[in-house]
Design a binder for this molecule. Structure first.
Ligand SMILES: [Zn+2]
Ligand SMILES: [Zn+2]
Length: 343
């Protein structure tokens, strides 16, 4: 089978290879991939900023159908429509594993990063990570369960009450999902971007986000103040990973507000106004990836129509066209790009 493989660390080193079809083992499920999404982290991996266990087939967001199950698997059968968590191996013994916080296990191995992932015709997942797709979740949407679960994870780390004003900074796929999940909690949501995010801000409006604001055109402080009697936003989610956005997030928050950091910064050290955190008694929380408990709720958010993932797909290519896919993302024209396998 053909697979899109990162062969060595550093910039590039991405190629289509012929690989043996993987064999299913005990408690494992063999999945035929239908769609696999390109994540921002795949771009970082391609460009060499992000380390993976090379050589490895990339692709950690996917949907597919079961073709074979290993010994000990009764939960799934051939033909089942599924998606899988990225968790492929965990130690199972650390305090994080015992609490179900697999995203924090030091020994975790993930599909598409340390273990062969979804940019191929077939992959192997452990049965504990596989989820059946609800009837109203189509295959394209299902391929985005992983990024949706990451945003569900972030939103669940904060407390949102009916009518709260939530600001999401950064209208990429993660921001657009975060905004939708926050809305499902009863919040009034503002999403912000820059002038060159026009396509994404328009998409936010199409998705029913209350306000999509180009902060180079409109004064976001003024808007937030007008909506909150001058108090400020209840919750800010920073989804862009841009240092000035982090600063802006603190400014927009009310006293006792909550700040969630979801975006990943290019430089790990970002200056952050701790004085403001003290004076406004802001609660700051980080959110890393997703965990098992985020998956069924995420599938249900798509199933009941609270989250529209499908509308975020702007481009589709097969895995041999990955360079075109990369260009579409770099050009800023794409929102979500899905790849399909080839024989
Ligand atoms: Zn991802
Ligand atoms: Zn562990």
């Amino acid at each position: 089978m053909k697979a899109l493989v990162k062969t060595e660390l550093g910039f590039g080193h991405l190629e289509i290879q012929d690989k043996e079809e993987p064999q299913v083992g005990k408690d494992q499920v063999k999945i035929e991939v239908i769609y696999a999404g390109i994540c921002g982290s795949d771009i970082h991996t391609y460009e060499g900023h992000y380390k993976v266990g090379v050589p490895v087939t990339l692709g950690h967001e996917f949907s597919g159908k079961v073709v074979e199950v290993g010994e000990g698997v009764t939960e799934f059968k051939a033909g089942d429509r599924v998606t899988s968590e990225t968790t492929f191996y965990i130690c199972g013994e650390c305090e994080y594993c015992k609490a179900g916080d697999y995203n924090l296990c030091n020994h975790r191995k993930g599909l598409g990063t340390q273990q062969d992932g979804g940019f191929a015709k077939y992959l192997i997942a452990r049965k504990y990570s596989v989820h059946h797709l609800p009837d109203h979740v189509d295959d394209q949407s299902a391929a985005m369960t992983e990024p949706l679960a990451c945003t569900h994870h972030a939103v669940m780390k904060t407390e949102i009450n009916e009518g709260d004003i939530v600001v999401v900074i950064g209208p990429g796929p993660i921001g657009l999902f975060t905004a939708q999940v926050a809305k499902s909690q009863g919040a009034k949501v503002l999403i912000t971007g820059l002038t060159n995010d026009k396509v994404r801000l328009d998409k936010a409006r199409e998705l029913g986000i209350d306000y999509a604001v180009d902060t180079q055109e409109k004064d976001i402080n003024e808007l937030v103040n007008s909506l909150t009697n001058g108090y400020g936003a209840d919750v800010v989610f920073e989804c862009s990973g841009a240092a000035p956005a982090a600063k802006q997030g603190l400014d927009l928050l009310r006293k006792k507000g909550q700040y969630g950091q979801v975006g990943i910064f290019a430089q790990p050290e970002v200056s952050f106004d701790l004085e403001k955190i003290i004076q406004k008694e802001i609660r700051v929380v980080g959110s890393r990836s997703q965990k098992s408990a985020d998956w069924e709720p995420s599938l249900e958010l798509m199933n009941n129509g609270s989250v529209n993932a499908k509308a975020m797909v702007t481009h589709q290519f097969d895995i041999t066209q990955w360079e075109e896919a990369y260009q579409a993302i770099k050009s800023g024209k794409a929102i979500k790009v899905l790849l399909t396998p080839v024989d």
